[in-house]
Design a protein around this ligand. Structure first.
Ligand code: GDP
Length: 299
């Protein structure tokens, strides 16, 4: 996991420019605070965080000429306070061989890419990683994971189109255990014809894995695309109804002016944010650092 801040330029720019616009030598009054609140909500930080920031300024700095530097520092501090508890690195349990990770999320959120990136980063620190191409409905998803497998030198368990994903996951776990793998990353379908079907698909994978290892899956990672803004918050709700999500990976923070959604996610669900995606390349997965992210976000 490399540096986070250089990947966050767009988010920074939007909120930073907005802040510069609001605070042009004006004493803090209702209209300034309203503008600030709108800006924070527009930047996807969510209403709860936005109103907390506003109330803090109202009670401590009313009537004062607040500088950009002050507002940025205060905002970064508040954001950092919200994010600190969720900035939890992903660390597979070394006692599990393998530690089984089910990776879920809607199509296009970045599941397959994130799995490839994780395989590389854990491979780089000497862990033996294997992957299951469990999105068996989309041939492209299977091929894409195979390409990642070749690129990062990790085996991919796959089957012909429409293979039963649960059976494939079982085979993956069997193979991974035989091979003494540390980490098994299981890709899944992002969309079946309806929510009930997807829920059943995921439940079946979990049921079958548990026949082999009652403690599996050890992690359920939900991958979210930051460019969908508040929609990402809704996706957490929907997926939490289907599976016991243990942590989040937020992708596409590079191409997005919506990094603020990470703050709304942290505030709403408090789920660990294990990593963030800041590009399509193998090395573009970053550990999530609350302070760095907060400073990057406010510019
Ligand atoms: P899946 O359908 O959930 O498996 O999503 P994919 O892994 O196929 O990703 C969908 C698209 O998003 C692909 O074109 C990826 O290259 C791209 N992508 C994934 N993560 C990131 C990221 O962090 N930044 C950018 N810019 N693109 C990403």
């Amino acid at each position: 996991f490399g540096r986070l801040r250089d990947g966050l330029q767009r988010s920074t720019q939007k909120l930073g420019d907005g802040l510069a616009h609001v605070f042009v030598r004006r004493p803090l009054d209702d209209s300034v605070l309203d503008e600030l609140e709108e800006l924070l909500i527009g930047a996807d930080l969510g209403t709860a965080v936005a109103s907390r920031v506003i109330e803090r300024f109202r009670s401590t700095r009313w009537g004062a000429e607040v500088t950009h530097a002050e507002i940025r520092a205060a905002l970064a501090e508040e954001v950092s306070r919200v994010l600190a508890p969720v900035a939890v690195p992903f660390s597979p349990d070394p006692a599990k061989r393998p530690h089984v990770v089910l990776v879920v999320g809607v199509n296009g959120s970045g599941k397959t890419t994130t799995i490839g990136k994780m395989a590389l980063s854990f491979g780089n620190v000497g862990r033996k990683v294997m992957m299951v191409a469990g999105d068996t409905f989309r041939a492209a998803a299977v091929e894409q994971l195979q390409v990642w497998g070749e690129r990062v030198g990790a085996p991919v368990i796959s089957g012909p189109p429409n293979t039963d994903a649960a059976g494939l996951a079982y085979k993956g776990l069997e193979d991974a255990q035989k091979a003494g793998a540390d980490l098994l990353l299981i890709d899944t379908a992002g969309r079946l014809h309806n929510k009930a079907a997807l829920m059943e698909e995921l439940a079946k994978i979990i049921r079958v894995l548990r026949k082999f290892d009652p403690s599996a899956p050890h992690s359920v990672l939900l991958v979210l695309d930051a460019t969908t803004g508040q929609n990402a918050v809704e996706q957490v709700r929907v997926f939490k109804e289907m599976v016991d999500v243990t942590g989040l990976v937020v992708t596409k923070l590079d191409g997005s002016a919506r990094g603020g959604v990470v703050v709304a996610l942290a505030e709403t669900y408090g789920l660990p944010v294990h990593a963030v995606g800041v590009g399509e390349k193998a090395e573009d997965l970053r550990a999530f650092d609350a302070g760095e992210f907060a400073r990057g976000l406010v510019g």
